[in-house]
Design a protein around this ligand. Sequence first.
Ligand code: MG
Length: 204
Amino acid sequence: MISKVVCIGWNYKRHIAELNSELPTEPTVFFKPPSCIISDGDNIVIPEGVTNVQHEVELALVIGRRCRNVSESEAMDYVSHLAVFNDVTARDMQHVARDAGNTWCLSKGMDTFGPLSEYVSADGIDVNNLDLELYVNGELKQKGNTGDMIFTPSFIVSYVSKYMTLEEGDVIATGTPEGISEIRKGDVVRAVIKGVGELTNPVL
Ligand code: MG
């Protein structure tokens, strides 16, 4: 069971540049509610009146054992599985600065805004060198490598666990590389991480 989906924002330099933001000195941490999770093949549904919804392909870490305050060197011992995640975001709403809650919780927390692939065992996979790609209607939009993260997976697990207990089954999404773009009704979004899996979701 997923008790929480912890997400990291601003974790690839060129993605930060495309959003005109400054490089972070600490990870930006936020939640998506488990109710937003859908599977491979399920529809991403854009609610009426919501504009400029965008895709974000991300490597997801799945926690295998409850942990709290783990060191960076031990952190990956607590990650049992990996998956492909799409941090679907209503960008216009996210950028409305007058209400801090709406900007992140609502814009990223809507039903169906968390496509998550089947899990693969993390054993033997180098999480610091994985190619990520995202296609809209077959056209390549995002291309990156987890080696370009500002904060590495092991740092992220250690950092988050300093402040909150990570439960078995929790998911940590590690941020997206550059190339985000709008998705619209009728599009098909395919996210791929070589060696981990892939995820295809039509947009309704
Ligand atoms: Mg994201």
